[in-house]
Ligand binder design. Structure first.
Ligand code: HSE
Length: 437
């Protein structure tokens, strides 16, 4: 059988990894797919750039539309990232009857609903395993492996750069900016690194995971996002003292009222496996009603780990080329006409436990004032630490862990505590998840 001809958009970190993996493992991949997979046309911004891989046998174009309009190409691999241009290229490829493989979480989170609808109409596949958690086959696991389950919740470390920064800060006391620069040099970080540290990249990925887990349309605009830029060394140390690690977590939970969709720094008990996922590694914990908790771990970024997912998708697409479109695995795991309208909850309606840190006057009655507010708000305190004042300081750090409480209620209590004359400045709040079965 003739090789399947692939058009590649982007010869950067992941594009290069994809070429390398396809070339190195071509024979093995053909044994799996039933046909050879050959990149025949690639587009890159700069054609003269020296590259550490061979582009022999490929037509090279600086215009990406030349690839999606190439009649020889059967599958387009989109690895340029970003929102609009990528969407236009993918839509054009679909309109031309080509299948698409993409690593673009931003595009899928924002435009996935319209992309999948168009693909459905045209009878083509859009595969996006590489969009979430790099090399971990989490889309396949959720969409196919766990299809028997009613998924209850999932929680993941789904941004390698952020996890790398938090790990280096904790283990080596390194500066935030210094570690971020290293992640950029290693090719882990997004083109705009605020996407990594402010949680936007993780929110893209969480949006995709939640849709597949719960069978709801993609709703990136409703995700709550809080970054890691305000995490201090003190909080990292106090968390450790209380038996927790701080991780930047994406959490999505199904409740009676709707779906929680939130990315924020989170204290996790240090004995949980996921609390020990360090560096650029990612992990996703999924709780299904039948299977219980399951954990998926691996490299969340980087050239070859991400290429592993891209090429895995290419194999899937090639295997299903001759199947009837209605017999293929649905893009969002559930049949497109059976998606649920369960709402995404605003963060004020979500529920977690909390770590709170505040600076208080060192005098009698202060603790009574604080605990009275919690008591009146129906918030139960789980643990409490009071530290000695730093030398020459007039305020003492107070650290509290609360039981689970509605976020709206906690906002009210924090507002009342900050208004007390004995409290200096803002209360630091970090959400806590126990992630138990
Ligand atoms: N910037 C992303 C990360 C790359 O650090 O995880 C993979 O999506």
């Amino acid at each position: 059988m003739n090789p399947v001809k692939v058009g590649l958009l982007g010869l950067g970190t992941v594009g290069g990894g994809t070429v390398t993996v396809l070339q190195r493992n071509g024979e093995e991949i053909a044994r799996r797919a039933g046909r050879a997979i050959q990149i025949t046309h690639a587009a890159a911004r700069s054609l003269d750039k020296p590259r550490p891989f061979s582009t022999e046998g490929m037509t090279l174009s600086s215009d990406p539309f030349a690839v999606v309009n190439d009649p020889e190409v059967a599958v387009v691999v989109e690895l340029i990232g970003g929102y609009e241009l990528a969407r236009d290229l993918v839509m054009q490829a679909i309109d031309n009857g080509k299948h698409v493989v993409t690593a673009n979480k931003a595009m899928i989170a924002k435009y996935g609903n319209e992309i999948f609808a168009r693909a459905q109409e045209k009878g083509v596949m859009v595969a996006f395993e590489a969009a979430v958690a790099g090399g971990i086959p989490i889309i396949k696991a959720l969409r196919e492996g766990l299809a028997a389950n009613r998924i209850q919740w999932l929680a993941g470390i789904i941004n390698g750069t952020g996890n790398f920064i938090l790990t280096e800060m904790r283990d080596k006391g390194r500066d935030f900016a210094d570690v971020l620069a290293e992640a950029q040099a290693l090719g882990y970080a997004e083109a705009d690194p605020t996407f990594d540290v402010e949680g936007i990249d993780a929110a893209h990925k969480l949006t995709i995971l939640a849709s597949i887990a719960f069978g709801v349309p993609l709703q990136f605009d409703k995700a709550f996002t809080e970054g890691i830029t305000r995490i201090t060394r003190e909080d990292v140390c106090y968390a450790e003292e209380l038996g927790y690690r701080i991780k930047h977590l994406g959490v999505s939970r199904r409740t009676e009222a709707g779906i929680e969709l939130r990315v924020h720094p989170t204290l996790i008990p240090h004995r949980r496996l996921i609390a020990n996922v360090d560096g650029v590694m990612n992990a996703v914990l999924v709780k299904g009603d039948a299977v219980g908790p399951t954990l998926y771990y691996g490299a969340g970024a980087g050239a070859e780990p991400t290429a592993s997912a891209v090429v895995g998708d290419l194999v899937d697409v090639v295997r299903a080329l001759t199947s009837d479109p209605e017999n293929r695995v649905p893009h969002l795991a559930f049949q497109p006409d059976r998606l649920s309208d369960l709402p995404i909850l605003p963060v004020e309606a979500t529920e977690t436990a909390y770590y709170l840190r505040m600076e208080a006057d060192d005098r009698p009655g202060v603790l009574a004032d604080i605990t009275r507010i919690f008591g009146e708000s129906g918030i139960s305190i789980e643990a409490f630490i009071q530290k000695e004042p730093a030398e020459g300081a007039v305020h003492v750090p107070l650290i509290l862990l609360t039981q689970r409480v509605n976020e709206g209620k906690m906002n009210e209590a924090i507002g009342r505590i900050e208004a007390l004359s004995c409290i200096n400045g803002a209360v630091t709040r970090i959400r806590v998840e126990h992630l138990d079965a």
